[in-house]
Every structure is written in structure tokens, then in C-alpha cells.
Design a protein around this ligand. Structure first.
Ligand SMILES: Cc1cc2nc3c(=O)[nH]c(=O)nc-3n(C[C@H](O)[C@H](O)[C@H](O)COP(=O)(O)O)c2cc1C
Length: 404
């Protein structure tokens, strides 16, 4: 019986939209991992890190195999995961000299929020799988470094506790279910807790093929059922945001969702709506026509469809379609200050990261998340000084070129 439950749970992990995860047969997708995996390069403290990939190696060492697989997995042969990194190579930086860059500011604004940095914490579900302090450690780090945090609705910690720790409202990400009353209840609870923005994720409506997660799970000899007894139904209904929902696995898929869903959200809440998971000009235009307050370019960190198309490559057509009408956010594959700078130069207003801060969390808890954010900010400042832009607003299309 336990074996059947374990298999069902692993199958669910490999297919569920609620667990948007990553896996990687191609090490190339995360660059320097192989070199850093050498034991002598393992960092002992956050301050030893040279770049965020040092946290990847440390996280891989710290996590059980299946939990690492959940974090790392892409889909199919990890085509999109790899493209998210490779896409940056086709965009180069154009440095403008003789600019006074003694004062650099990362301050910016997004949907009425004043931000100290355009680097945002993307929604990542089930953070207890990576560290006991889970979303509270992330919130404490976001508070210490003053970054915007987006909370997944598959959070291991309630939105009320996360907001109390963050000290100000987080944005609330929603995976809809096919049970509207459940989604409505979550939206209203998030708004009551203080959230002013909902991020609707639209790129995982009917599962994804997380092969690498399956590979890492198979290699895990521990008894998953010791923690995940009761399989999917018990697991999802135990999540704080799903309390009382009584969902089954099937309820997490929403293949029938269309743009009319935004009207439904508006009927339930006055939170602003960001649509996450857009990769085409057509959908960007449709999102704006449907009343989205911002568009979020993302391929779920390569965990949705195996398009083989990087997020940085999707960004320009979305920016062109939006034409300044609403803010544009982007994530998927951002690991360095140069990556972030390139997106800002291509017209993004903010850039989110997923795995990098979770690597920090898994390896060192709150201190690791803080250090990842500190490094990304420091790298971005350095690029701005090198390229000759002193504010986020000054970064523009003149600062990048495209290899043909
Ligand atoms: C372990 C994991 C869990 C995730 N959970 C969610 C989630 O609950 N909701 C969501 O919209 N996106 C989720 N994502 C996707 C992230 O929000 C983000 O799009 C992605 O991580 C960005 O790519 P990056 O990891 O390369 O930075 C998850 C990603 C990972 C790695």
C-alpha cells in the first residue's frame, strides 16, 4: 500500500501544475555547476560565495535528492531550461563611456510600490521542502534587503504569517483551481491579509513533463510517505491556503481557463492583476485588452512547456506589444547582474528570480537568501557603472545589441 502511495505521489510531483518544478539532465543549463561541485569549492558560509552558482552547489549538497529534483527540474529534455541561459548570449552589452557614475541608484516603482531594487522574489511553492524556516526565512530576507516578495498559493506558510514577518504586504500568486469558490476564497483571504496585487499564473493549466524530477526522486531511497502520507489529497489540503478546500488532484488542472477568468478575479477582489507566464506578443496584447495591470514574461523557469525558447528571447516581442501601456516583469534563468541589466535594457520594469534565492535558502536559510539578493544587487550596480547608467530609468535599448 505504501509503495502504491509513494508511486502515486511521485507521479503527481512529476505532472502537477501546483508543483511547478525543475530538473536538468544538461548541466549546461546552470553553467558553472560542474566546476563548483568539486568538494574544495563548496562554500562554508554565504560570504564565501563568488556568484549565485556557489549556492546552487551548496543547495544540492544540503537537500535530499527528490527535493533537489523538485527544485532543479525542467521538462522533457530540459530544452527551455537550457534556452533560458543560452538566450543571454545573443544579447550583448554596449558600454557608454565618460558618464559620471559615482552615484548609482537601483530604486524604481512597480504598480504603486516603491522598490529599492528591480530584483523581485518570484513565487516558489512548498519552501519547507528546502528549509525548515521556509517562506518566513524568505520574508525576513526580503525585509532585511527590502525586496518585493511574491508568495505562492502553494506556500507552506500562511500569508498572514508571511506578511507579519515581511513587515509589509507581499504580492499573492494564484494557481486557479477548477473550483471557483476555492480560488475566490483564497483571493479574498489574501486581500484581507493586506495583499494588493494578485499574480495569476497561466502557464501550467494541464501539467508538465518533469522528467528530471522523476530521475532524482527515483534515486532517493528515503520513504517519502514518512512525510507525505495520505498522498496528494492530504498533501494539498494541508497547505495553509487550501485549508478546508477538500480538493482532489484533478481540481488543480484548469485547461478550460480563458481570458474571461480575469473578469472573475475582478468580481472577487479589488487587488491589481498581474498575468504571469506570457511569452508571446499575441497574449501580451490579450492580457492588456482583458484588463491586466501588468504582464509577467515567464516560462516558469523552464518548468512548463519544452518550447526551447528562452525568456530573454520572448521579452522583446512582449515589450513591443505592450508599448508602454502597463509594466512588464520577467523571470526564468536570471543569474547575474548582466542578465538583469539586459532585461531592463530590453524594456522590462522588474526582474524576478526563483531558483537562486531558493539555493540560498536551502544552503543557509535566511542568511543565504539575503546574500543572493545582495550579490545580484551588487552585480547590477557594477554593470550599470560599467555601461554608464546611473538609474534604472536611464537603462535603455542603446545599452544592448543582438547577435545575428
Ligand atoms: C521549486 C519551484 C517552485 C515554483 N513554484 C511556483 C509557484 O508556486 N507558482 C508560480 O507561479 N511559479 C512557481 N515557480 C516558478 C517561479 O515563479 C519562476 O517563474 C521561476 O522559478 C523563474 O525561473 P528561475 O528559477 O530560473 O529563476 C516555481 C519554481 C520553482 C523552481
Amino acid at each position: 500500500m505504501q509503495a502504491v502511495e509513494r508511486r502515486r505521489f511521485l507521479q503527481f510531483l512529476a505532472a502537477s501544475p501546483a508543483l511547478a518544478s525543475a530538473g536538468m539532465t544538461s548541466v549546461l543549463a546552470e553553467e558553472t555547476l560542474e566546476a563548483h561541485e568539486l568538494a574544495e569549492h563548496l562554500i562554508a558560509s554565504p560570504d564565501d560565495a563568488l556568484d549565485v552558482f556557489d549556492f546552487h552547489t551548496a543547495a544540492k549538497r544540503a537537500l535530499p535528492s527528490s527535493h533537489y529534483g523538485y527544485l532543479a527540474t525542467g521538462t522533457d529534455g530540459n530544452e527551455t531550461l537550457a534556452a533560458n541561459r543560452e538566450g543571454f548570449r545573443n544579447v550583448y552589452l554596449r558600454a557608454m563611456r565618460m558618464v559620471d557614475t559615482r552615484e548609482i541608484s537601483l530604486q524604481t516603482e512597480l504598480l504603486g510600490h516603491a522598490l529599492e531594487s528591480p530584483v523581485v522574489l518570484a513565487p516558489v511553492g512548498s519552501q519547507k521542502a528546502f528549509h525548515d524556516d521556509a517562506e518566513l526565512a524568505t520574508a525576513a530576507a526580503a525585509r532585511a534587503r527590502n525586496h518585493l516578495q511574491i508568495l505562492s498559493n502553494v506556500t507552506s506558510t500562511s500569508i498572514e504569517d508571511v506578511i507579519a514577518t515581511r513587515g509589509e504586504p507581499v504580492w499573492f500568486q494564484l494557481y486557479p483551481t477548477d473550483q471557483w469558490p476555492v480560488a475566490r476564497g483564497m483571493l479574498q483571504r489574501a486581500e484581507r491579509a493586506g495583499a494588493r496585487v494578485v499574480v495569476l499564473t497561466v502557464d501550467l493549466n494541464a501539467g508538465s513533463n518533469r522528467v528530471m524530477l522523476g530521475q532524482y526522486s527515483r534515486a532517493d531511497s528515503r520513504d517519502c510517505m514518512a512525510c507525505h502520507s495520505g498522498g496528494f489529497d492530504q498533501w494539498i489540503n494541508a497547505k495553509p491556503m487550501y485549508a478546508g478546500a477538500k480538493l482532489t488532484e484533478a481540481n488543480l488542472d484548469t485547461p478550460g481557463m480563458t481570458w474571461a477568468y480575469l473578469d472573475r478575479i475582478r468580481s472577487a477582489t479589488s487587488m491589481k492583476i498581474v498575468v504571469k507566464g506570457i511569452v508571446t506578443a499575441e497574449d501580451a496584447a490579450a492580457a492588456v485588452d482583458s484588463g491586466a495591470d501588468a504582464v509577467y514574461v515567464s516560462n516558469h523557469g523552464g518548468r512548463a512547456e519544452a518550447s526551447g525558447w528562452g525568456a530573454i528571447e520572448s521579452l522583446p516581442e512582449v515589450v513591443a506589444a505592450i508599448d508602454g501601456t502597463v509594466p512588464v516583469m520577467v523571470d526564468s534563468g536570471f543569474r547575474r547582474g548582466t542578465d538583469i541589466f539586459k532585461a531592463l535594457a530590453l524594456g522590462a520594469d522588474a526582474v524576478a528570480v526563483g531558483r537562486p534565492y531558493i539555493w540560498g535558502l536551502a544552503a543557509f536559510g535566511q542568511a543565504g537568501v539575503e546574500k543572493v539578493l545582495e550579490m545580484l544587487d551588487a552585480e547590477l550596480r557594477m554593470v550599470m557603472a560599467q555601461i554608464g547608467a546611473t538609474t534604472i530609468e536611464e537603462i535603455g535599448s542603446q545599452h544592448v545589441g543582438h547577435r545575428s
